[in-house]
Design a protein around this ligand. Structure first.
Ligand code: AMP
Length: 301
């Protein structure tokens, strides 16, 4: 039982209709790790600059996360991202992005992490995703994310990465861009034709869809009355899903469906407040209570 994540750790500034947060802890690997650590111990591989605040390091240390793969690169600056959400929070504009250390050489997987069972490659250059995956001996499950700029600018490299992983977790717009298919069931099937044996397509407030070789499952989002900041929902979703799968050890369709529930619920906590403010206050019991409420809500005779 060991789950490795590679991805970004950053300093975010976010504006939503519910307020704003300046210079807060963010990044795909951060949200993923907090969600996954509700189920299993996470091995985090990422790189920050020497300006990374000590207080953020303390926050990361609070989660059940092994930070041996967190490199602090001397003379480099931490990744920064700023975004603003539309009034309905379904769209967001990037106001500023400073790749800084993310534009340099990628991190290395520590030798002690090479035996990881489950690997999540958060969004980054598809060549780097493959290099990182290649440093893990024989994971029983590997999953990747991607984003619009790689779909547009590095389609061939992205295809090679997709051919190397077992699963993909991406959002609906990316699935359509990647496959050229508007219908999401069809887009999911087209992703499977590229290599993965399952695709999870996230649809924001409309939930998510799991497509495997012989099944399609849709799940709504858990309803939240006051969404304060959707940032990190997708990465928390992936963390909840893969944390659950790593802990349970199974990866058949029934297990993937149960994992879909956990991912959905993990994301529902993240969006209740800015940065990690809500998610970091959640424990496994509170998460499972919400999973139970969700299952009760979905059970329609
Ligand atoms: P999500 O809302 O799940 O897409 O995750 C948002 C997080 O991803 C934010 O905390 C950002 O710091 C991080 N992020 C945004 N753009 C990038 C990028 N180009 N590369 C890596 N991480 C990013």
């Amino acid at each position: 039982m060991s789950l490795l994540v590679t991805g970004s750790i950053g300093i975010d500034s976010v504006i939503t209709p519910q307020g704003r947060a300046r210079d807060v802890l963010g990044g795909s690997a951060t949200y993923f790790s907090f969600a996954a650590s509700l189920f299993t111990r996470v091995r985090l591989v990422a790189v920050v600059g020497d300006d990374f605040p000590a207080a953020f390091r303390d926050v990361l240390a609070l989660a059940d996360v092994d930070l041996a793969g967190l490199e602090t690169r001397a003379g480099s600056k931490t990744f920064r991202w700023a975004g603003e959400y539309s009034p309905d929070m379904n769209e967001r504009d990037t106001l500023d992005i400073q790749l800084n250390v993310l534009a340099e050489a990628g991190p290395k997987i520590p030798r002690a992490f090479a035996d990881s069972d489950v690997v999540f490659l958060a969004n980054t250059h598809p060549v780097l995703q493959r290099e990182l995956l290649g440093q893990v001996n024989s994971p029983r499950l590997s999953v990747c994310d991607t984003m619009d700029c790689w779909i547009e600018n590095e389609p061939d490299e992205l295809r090679k990465t997709l051919a190397a992983v077992d699963g993909v977790i991406i959002n609906d717009g990316e699935a359509r861009d990647l496959t050229g298919r508007v219908n999401l069931v069809s887009a999911g099937e087209a992703i499977l034709a590229l290599g993965p044996r399952f695709a999870v397509i996230k649809k924001g407030e409309h939930g998510a869809m799991l497509v495997t070789g012989d099944s399609v499952t849709t799940i709504p989002a858990f309803p939240i009355a006051e969404v304060r900041d959707p940032t990190g929902a997708g990465d928390s979703f992936a963390g909840g899903m893969l944390g659950y799968l790593d802990h349970g050890g199974q990866q058949d369709t029934a297990a993937l469906r149960r994992a879909l529930l956990r991912g959905t619920v993990a994301a529902s906590f993240t969006i209740e407040d800015f940065s990690l403010n809500r998610l970091r206050s959640v424990g496994p019991e509170e998460l499972e209570r919400r999973v139970k409420d969700f299952v009760d809500m979905l059970r329609i005779e």
